[in-house]
Design a protein around this ligand. Sequence first.
Ligand SMILES: Cc1ncc(COP(=O)(O)O)c(C=O)c1O
Length: 412
Amino acid sequence: MPPVAESALGVKSDFPIFSRRFDGRELIYLDSGATSQKPEVVIEAVASHLREHNANVHRGVYALAQEADAAYDGARKQVAAFVNAGPETTIFTKNVTEAINLVAYSWGRANVGPGDAVLITQMEHHANIVPWQVLCRERGAELRYLEVDERGEISLAQLDTELARGDVCLVAVTHVSNVLGTILPVAEIVARARAAGAVTLVDGAQAVPHMAVDVEAIGADFYAWTGHKALGPTGIGVLHGRREILESMEPFLTGGDMIASVDFQSATWNELPYKFEAGTPPIAEAVGLGAAVEYLSGLGMDRVRVHERALTGYMLERLSDVPGLRVTGPPQAEARGGLVSFTIEGMHPHDIAELADRGGVCIRAGHHCAQPLMRCLGVSATARASIGVYNEPSDIDALVDALLAGREVFEL
Ligand SMILES: Cc1ncc(COP(=O)(O)O)c(C=O)c1O
């Protein structure tokens, strides 16, 4: 791993928000796991689309409407190419939560029944738990979990044991845990699940913004992610699906734009991907996400990963200077995405976040939408520092200084 300073991307000045001051202090943002900050190119892409090219899509013949069509469909091509997926099998949704619900409703309601099992892990975000709970309850199926061990990892042997039971019809796993930081061997999980006849879904919300992701190489039937964590605007998510499965599925939401024809009593469905995009889609948001992935491609996702891995290693090293601090998840940066969750003996995670804020540092505290995992960890909450392309070693130093000062406030 190169030293942290050598791998720095030096792009903070591309992000206008970092020129803000809070009580005269710089913004030190270590909450990119919740949402990323946006570079000027994304802000400008959204603004100039609204300023100069705004019209609804897929319905106008005039020149302006065709510009809007080109912008929306062009963004889809950029987004698909970014993760090596096909544009026709790349569906825009509101966020990753909606993408997973789309699969749970459209594929799940038709393919999961009594005697079937859905297999997920104990480290999933609620977005990849609750839709399966509701589906399994409704369809009389069983929801089972792969356990998380003390290193924050799952066991492929347990996966094999579960698959050997012969009833698993869907395996849905996160690519990178939003709490533990663990990078799961998703291509291997998908291959084993597929060999056992199960359909697969990967939640890439914490992966796509931080490393080169090749959807085709991973081979999952569904791969979902969310734009706002990947330097894009809120209000846009992405679902990549295997063509044969998407074609066999009924629509999720119905109405305008997703139809081929409508009669008084019935309708037929539009082709992919439009069949799954009912109503006016998030046009300016798609344009913004297109600009975001172009920006990330310009940096190079391999460089982004090298930078974030080095910074995560530095964060793990520096956090060990704080007495009483316990890190959750894999001990080495190689096995992690760009985030570290931790607790400090004698301090509640919410107090940790508040004291960090006094030092001008934004971190997150809570259950991180992963309450079942909190139970496995034996805590009600953790503090979490998560990085993005714009972070620098000095941000980590500021966090550690704030935590050390916080311990003094608590007289620890
Ligand atoms: C792993 C993971 N999955 C799903 C989500 C949900 O993302 P969204 O709220 O954009 O749907 C998040 C967001 O925190 C996440 O970290």
